[in-house]
Write a protein that binds this ligand. Structure first.
Ligand SMILES: NC(=O)c1ccc[n+]([C@@H]2O[C@H](COP(=O)([O-])OP(=O)(O)OC[C@H]3O[C@@H](n4cnc5c(N)ncnc54)[C@H](O)[C@@H]3O)[C@@H](O)[C@H]2O)c1
Length: 396
């Protein structure tokens, strides 16, 4: 029986710096992983990570294809930008490797579908790291909601607002490396997907319609580098039951906010309500630099130098499942759950693609607001993937 996965890491940018380096080297899951090689065309990032992992020169690659050809691996983690998840994932699955991907599965349903198909055909593991699924508050809400305690979901409002410095290329030091970060990424791709996925996990409903409204008023005014992107987006999701969610996400909150991400949610149901006070994770500090909410539930730097929290246990559990599958120890129920469209993030990618389409086809007002069009999700899937996929993904 295997006790370790030989891992190749594809892409070692910001998400590896902020989250996954702790998983790989200082977590309760580190023993499961033998970091064997890295592939990233960015030489500076590649060398930073390789030095950290103690990888010799012949384990450092600019291309993942070369890494596949030269190093024997069991699994890869694909940390490339969203629109580049599909190629390495499909190639790795076809090469017999298990694959872990940070959220979202992909930027389009076409890519997500190709990845899911490749996983099913290869029999290998595909896991998407939506870390909110492991947040104990979300898990408790899910268990209580699924027990019928609150009745039927009617309307939900969720918000996730970053401080401006996350999107502001004029801030020193830069939070994200590239000056066009908030043009290449949108609040929808970066933030809405977290909340949409968490909500769908709690209420287990299938989305059928999306309409987005975007506000671009602060980012274009930044100096000297202006950003042509959205400050805030309201993504309205209609579910098959008629329930509605508004997911408000953005990154233009003043830097004086009490945490990097100010977030919360309220779910109003026929027989009750859930308030998820995600803003108040339990540790508030008053410090000479300001008043801050600290979230040790997400990432907890322990005194023994290990890092715990759901930011780490979420991908860690995916690796445990990949190893169990490899050892023939993943139960049929766990396998079915891991391969469901919801678990594989198909519906979340659908919401993402639809919200971006809604804005792209919307009407831009002189005020800087964009009134998005209504996007029908079964129609979008039928147009992209054909009528069979509409049924396969529970959309009709
Ligand atoms: N879990 C989270 O909360 C979270 C947070 C941030 C980012 N993410 C996700 O992580 C992914 C990466 O985001 P990031 O912020 O680290 O981006 P990034 O731009 O900082 O890093 C991406 C890295 O991928 C590399 N890359 C590009 N093409 C490649 C290829 N063909 N082969 C190998 N490497 C390649 C780039 O050189 C870069 O180093 C995205 O999908 C993003 O949405 C998740």
């Amino acid at each position: 029986m295997k006790t370790q996965l030989r891992l190749g890491v594809i892409g070692v940018g910001a998400v590896v710096r902020e989250i996954y380096q702790h998983l790989y080297f200082r977590s309760h899951y580190s023993d499961l992983l033998e970091i064997c090689a890295v592939a990233d065309p960015n030489e500076e990032y590649r060398n930073w990570f390789s030095d950290l992992a103690g990888l010799p020169a012949n384990r450092r690659f600019a291309s993942y294809q070369e890494m596949f050809a030269q190093v024997e691996l069991d699994a890869v983690q694909v940390n490339t930008p969203d629109h580049l998840h599909c190629g390495p994932t499909v190639d790795a699955l076809n090469a017999g490797l298990d694959v872990i991907v940070p959220k979202p599965t992909a930027a389009t349903v076409k890519d997500a579908h190709a990845m899911i198909q490749a996983a099913k055909q290869s029999g290998r593991f595909l896991g998407i790291d939506f870390h909110k699924r492991e947040d104990p508050r979300i898990k408790e809400a899910e268990a209580r909601f699924q027990n019928g305690r609150y009745g039927t979901l009617q309307v939900a409002v969720l918000y996730m607002l970053d401080k401006l410095f996350v999107a502001n290329p004029n801030h020193t030091p830069r939070f994200f490396a590239s000056p066009d970060f908030a043009e290449k990424n949108t609040p929808v791709s970066f933030l809405t997907v977290h909340m949409a996925d968490a909500l769908m996990k709690i209420v287990n409903l299938v989305p059928v319609q999306v309409r987005a409204t975007g506000y671009s008023q602060k980012l274009p005014s930044l100096k000297p580098i202006a950003v042509n992107g959205y400050d805030l987006v309201d993504t309205e999701i209609r579910f098959s039951t008629g329930a509605t969610a508004h997911i408000l996400t953005g990154w233009a909150l003043p830097d004086t906010a009490w945490s990097t991400t100010v977030q919360s949610s309220r779910l109003i149901c026929s027989d009750g309500m859930i308030d998820l006070g995600l803003d108040t994770p339990g540790l508030r500090e008053i410090h000479r630099e300001g008043i801050f909410e600290v979230n040790p539930l997400f990432r907890n730097f322990e005194q023994d130098h290990t890092v715990t929290g759901y930011g780490i246990s979420s991908p860690g559990r995916l690796y445990q499942q990949a190893l169990a599958l490899r050892n023939g120890k993943l139960s049929a129920a766990d396998h079915d759950a891991a391969f469901s469209p919801m678990a594989l993030g198909f519906h979340t990618t659908l919401v993402l693609e639809a919200a971006e389409k809604s804005l792209a086809e919307g009407k831009r007002l002189a005020s800087g607001a964009t009134l998005g069009t209504v996007v029908d999700l079964p129609q979008l899937v039928a147009a992209q993937l054909g009528p069979e996929a509409v049924r396969e993904y529970g959309l009709g």
